[in-house]
Design a binder for this molecule. Structure first.
Ligand code: PMP
Length: 407
């Protein structure tokens, strides 16, 4: 059941050929960050070799070329998530900055004493702390949708939580620790029936699920380029134009203005109002190249390949005695979290590293979620488009060895 030739794809990722501790690298830490194909690296190189200049306002050739490349990447991203206009696509440093932007602008303007902001128990710290900060400042209250043992939201609790005090809902589309894909369309529709806007943290969703912001009807959507085979330091905030128009700027500086005097500054139009200072030009161009690359292979094919890896890995590790999977929803992205009895996740990670296997161990920036399960940490394997079934076997054999030694 070849969806595509994985070995051919692996040729595009030179880093995967590395030897680690004398073993071939098995990179299973894709939820933390994905590797970058040659097509992205070449685009970054081309930019710095032939095009590097500051963008917007430059009349010289290089500046115009760089501006053109930067703005055409914005259009690619607009199409990629099916936004209505390119003015709804704001370049940021990543998911974290995108969420902070909304909390600090929309939140500061609209949240008041006694208002309620809803998140869930499975949020990444970057979708908790920014809301805590603005709630403290505006004396609003943070409310948390509980999750069940499988790692799914308890939807009835969300229904009960919504009321006339609710001012915002911010929810992870797919959990980085559990893999759970949340019923975001249902959440959005219900929130909208209370006139409450919804932000989706799509950091883990963009490279696994086809996203159509118009169909979803989300108000905001945040993601990072580096989890989508693009560079670090670049990300996206999508926002509906009516929201973005009514929000004050996030940071002040160059590019976000239309006219500055000491008495008053007039702000630039969207999306530039939210892009103060020289942006990550190369990063934006690299992200465009990453999207081209993923779309050429086909997002749906990639998702199916990853799902098969997840299914295979889940079956294999379920056979291991003394191993418990954390996050057992039927609807998951290719994230596999687990704990071993008697072995600390940190030791699992260290042991596997000696086998050449890169996984993540720790709380995955979801400490409240770890508390919910009464564990300090998990071991997490996460699969990308270039991973193979053989690599899953290497992981499983490594785990077997650990259980023999420590079990
Ligand atoms: N949300 C989720 C669900 C994530 O997985 C991550 C990255 N681990 C983030 C937010 C934060 O993304 P970044 O660090 O790229 O800003």
């Amino acid at each position: 059941n070849m969806l595509y030739d994985v070995n051919r794809i692996r040729e595009d990722f030179p880093i995967l050929k590395q030897i680690v501790h004398g073993k071939p690298l098995v990179y299973l830490d894709n939820a933390a960050t994905t590797q970058k194909p040659l097509q992205v690296l070449k685009e970054l190189e081309k930019y710095y070799y032939t095009m590097n200049a500051n963008i917007h306002r430059g009349v010289h050739a290089l500046s115009q070329e760089a501006t053109e490349a930067y703005e055409s990447s914005r259009i690619k991203i607009k199409k990629f998530i099916n936004a209505l206009g390119k003015n709804e696509i704001i370049f940021t440093r990543g998911t974290t900055e995108s969420i902070n932007l909304v909390a600090q602008t929309y939140g500061r303007k609209n949240f008041n004493e006694g208002d309620e902001i809803i998140i869930s128990h499975m949020e990444h710290h970057s979708n908790i702390v920014p809301w805590q900060m603005i709630c403290e400042e505006r004396k609003a209250k943070l409310r948390v949708i509980p999750i069940d043992e499988k790692g799914e939201l308890v939807f009835e609790e969300f229904e009960k939580m919504l009321n006339e005090k609710t001012k915002f809902v911010s929810i992870v589309y797919a959990s980085n620790s559990l893999g759970t894909v949340n019923p975001v369309k249902k959440i959005i529709d219900l929130a909208h029936s209370f006139n409450v806007p919804v932000l989706l943290d799509a950091a883990q969703a963009v490279n696994h699920l086809k996203i159509d912001v118009q169909k979803l009807d989300c108000d905001f959507l945040a993601f990072s380029g580096h989890k989508l085979y693009g560079p670090t330091g670049i990300g996206i905030l999508y926002g509906k134009v009516n929201h973005l128009d009514s929000m004050p700027p996030y940071q002040g500086g160059g590019d976000m203005i239309s006219k500055v005097t000491f008495e008053k500054t007039l702000y630039n139009e969207l999306p530039y109002k939210f892009e103060a200072g020289t942006p990550n030009i190369a990063g934006a161009i690299g992200l465009g190249a990453a999207i081209d690359y993923a779309e050429k292979i086909g997002l749906e094919k990639i998702a199916r390949h990853e799902n098969e890896l997840l299914k295979y890995a889940t079956e294999k590790i379920s056979e291991l005695k003394g191993l418990r999977i954390i996050g057992t929803s039927k609807n998951k992205i290719s994230v596999l979290s687990f704990v071993l009895e008697n072995v600390h996740p940190h030791d699992v990670g260290t042991f596997l590293d000696f086998e050449g296997v890169a996984i993540r161990t720790g709380h995955h920036c979801t400490q409240p979620l770890m508390d919910r399960y009464g564990i300090p940490a998990t071991s997490r394997a996460s699969f990308g488009m270039y991973n193979t079934f053989d690599e899953v076997d290497v992981l499983v054999n490594g785990l077997k060895k650990i259980l023999e030694v420590f079990g």
